[in-house]
Design a protein around this ligand. Structure first.
Ligand SMILES: Nc1ncnc2c1ncn2[C@@H]1O[C@H](COP(=O)(O)OP(=O)(O)OP(=O)(O)O)[C@@H](O)[C@H]1O
Length: 226
């Protein structure tokens, strides 16, 4: 489902004389449907950079990233946007939303975008918010004033609203209490069971051990260290 081959990436620091900083070389990784792979490696090794390349936020210098048959390394912006709507979900660490949009709509939006009927989309959003213990009195409010943990749960509800065939998860259990952490872990297990291919960054080692089939240390993709 996710096939990464021989990927390399360097950053050009335009404000520092155009210095070229190679951060990744020869990165290859395959994730099958129903599999969850954890990216590990010390801080600065390149976990977030790799996730951002897979999501199409960062360009890569060479190599390919094939998700759902599309090579993200070569795709046009509109192809990447279509892939993000239908195939590739991303739960980042922080919720970014348009101010004043009610929480229920924030969660229902990914379903409406793929053409789900409005009442069913709202029903599914309500079900996810209830499951993640967001009190119903908050559903009509914008999540911008919510606590860190509440925002993270809204973010997870939104990221799991549509059944994406591929999912990127950046620290999905960080800043959650034990009960909500358990809910999120069971949602990830259910996503695997329905066949989602998942790549995640999990500093929560117990969650990583329970959820992940494999661990890939990205240090081996750092140029000069291979
Ligand atoms: N936009 C950028 N411009 C220049 N260098 C960058 C940029 N983003 C990341 N880097 C560099 O790329 C390397 C990898 O960073 P990255 O954030 O991917 O590491 P990480 O493994 O996710 O770290 P952490 O666990 O601390 O989040 C670092 O040396 C970092 O300085």
């Amino acid at each position: 489902m996710i096939e990464i081959d021989n990927l390399s990436k360097s950053f050009t620091l335009h404000n520092q004389g155009g210095a070229e900083i190679p951060v990744m070389a020869g990165a290859s990784l395959r994730v099958a449907a129903g599999e969850c792979v954890a990216l590990t490696g010390a801080s600065g090794a390149g976990k977030s950079t790799l996730m951002r390349m897979i999501y199409g936020n960062y360009l890569c210098q060479s190599g390919s990233i094939i998700v759902g048959g599309v090579d993200i390394a070569r795709a046009e912006p509109r192809e990447i946007l279509a892939l993000r709507r239908e195939v590739l979900g991303y739960v980042s660490q922080f919720l970014r939303v348009v101010p004043r949009v009610p929480t229920l709509d924030v969660v229902a939006e990914p379903l409406l975008i793929v053409g789900e009927d409005e009442s069913r989309a709202r029903e599914r959003a309500a079900e996810l918010l209830a499951r993640l213990n967001i009190p119903e009195r908050l559903w009509s409010l914008s999540p911008t004033t919510f606590s860190g943990g509440e925002q993270q749960r809204v973010n997870i509800a939104r990221g799991f609203a549509h059944d994406y065939p591929a999912l990127l998860l950046d620290e999905p259990t960080a800043s959650l209490d034990a009960a909500n952490r358990e809910v999120v872990m069971s949602m990830i297990e259910a996503a695997k069971a329905r066949g989602a291919a998942i790549i995640g960054i999990f500093h929560d080692e117990a969650a990583r051990d329970r959820l992940c089939d494999r661990v890939v240390d990205v240090t081996r993709f750092v140029p000069g260290l291979a």
